[in-house]
Design a protein around this ligand. Structure first.
Ligand SMILES: O=C(O)c1ccccc1N[C@@H]1O[C@H](COP(=O)(O)O)[C@@H](O)[C@H]1O
Length: 211
C-alpha cells in the first residue's frame, strides 16, 4: 500500500515524511492554506531523492502554467483536482492523477471518461476544492467497482480510520492532508502514526490489504 502525504510546505516535514516511509509528497499550487510557491517547492524538492514521487496539485489551472511549474520544480506527477475534462488531462509528459468527488455510486462511472492511469477519489463535502478533512461513503468505491485505474483514496483519512478505509476500498494508494495536521499545521507525530498504521508496524492480527 502506497502513501501520499499532501500539503507539504516545509523541508523539515518533507524529510520526516520520507524517513517515516511515505511514498509520495504533494505540493499544492492551487488556492489553499497549504499553497506553496514555486521557489519554496524547488528548495524542498532539490533535497528529496531524485526518483521520489513529487506530486503537484492543481485546480482548473492553465496547461502552460502546469508545464512551466513541472519544468522549474522537478515535480514528476500532477494531480488535477478541479473540473478538468478528459481532454484537459491528456497530453502531459508526466503521470496524471484525476481527482473525482464521490457523492454517490454513479460518480465512480466518471472514471471511464478519463484515459489517465490514476484516479483519486475524494469527498465532495467541504469549503474548498480539496483538503477539507471530510470523507465519503467508502462503500460506494469498494475495490471491484473502479476498473482499469490505480485508485488513490483521499478525503478525511486519519491514523484512526485509514485501516478501515483500506479494507473497504482496497486502493493502490492512500492520500492524507488534514488528518496529519494539528492546529492547521502538519504534525510529524501524526504523520508517523498514519504511516505506521498503513505499513502495519504497530498492529497485531492478520489484516488483508491490497499492496
Ligand atoms: O490540501 C489542499 O489544501 C488541497 C487544495 C486544493 C485541492 C486539493 C487539496 N488537497 C487534496 O485534497 C484531498 C483530501 O485532503 P484531506 O486529507 O481530506 O485534507 C487530498 O487528495 C489532497 O491531496
Amino acid at each position: 500500500m502506497k502513501i501520499k502525504i499532501c500539503g507539504i510546505t516545509d523541508l523539515d516535514t518533507a524529510i520526516a515524511a520520507v524517513e517515516y516511509g511515505a511514498d509520495a509528497l504533494g505540493f499544492v499550487f492551487a488556492e489553499s492554506k497549504r499553497r506553496i510557491t514555486i521557489d519554496r517547492a524547488k528548495e524542498i524538492i532539490k533535497v528529496l531523492p531524485k526518483n521520489f514521487l513529487k506530486i503537484g496539485v492543481f485546480v482548473n489551472e492553465q496547461k502552460e502554467t502546469i508545464e512551466r511549474i513541472l519544468e522549474e520544480t522537478e515535480i514528476n506527477a500532477i494531480q488535477l483536482h478541479g473540473d478538468e475534462s478528459p481532454d484537459d488531462c491528456a497530453g502531459f509528459l508526466t503521470p496524471v492523477i484525476k481527482a473525482i468527488s464521490i457523492g454517490s455510486a454513479k460518480d465512480i462511472l466518471k472514471a471511464d471518461e478519463y484515459e489517465c492511469e490514476y484516479l483519486l477519489l475524494d469527498s465532495p463535502k467541504g469549503k474548498y476544492r480539496g483538503g477539507n478533512g471530510t470523507s465519503f461513503d467508502w462503500g460506494v468505491a469498494a475495490g471491484q467497482k473502479v476498473k482499469r485505474k490505480k485508485v488513490i483514496l483521499a478525503g478525511g483519512l486519519t491514523p484512526g480510520n485509514v485501516i478501515e478505509a483500506i479494507q473497504i476500498v482496497q486502493p493502490y494508494m492512500v492520500d492524507v492532508s488534514s488528518g496529519v495536521e494539528l492546529d492547521g499545521k502538519k504534525d510529524k507525530e501524526k504523520i508517523k502514526r498514519f504511516i505506521d498504521e498503513v505499513k502495519g508496524r504497530k498492529r497485531n492480527g492478520n489484516i488483508q490489504i491490497a499492496r
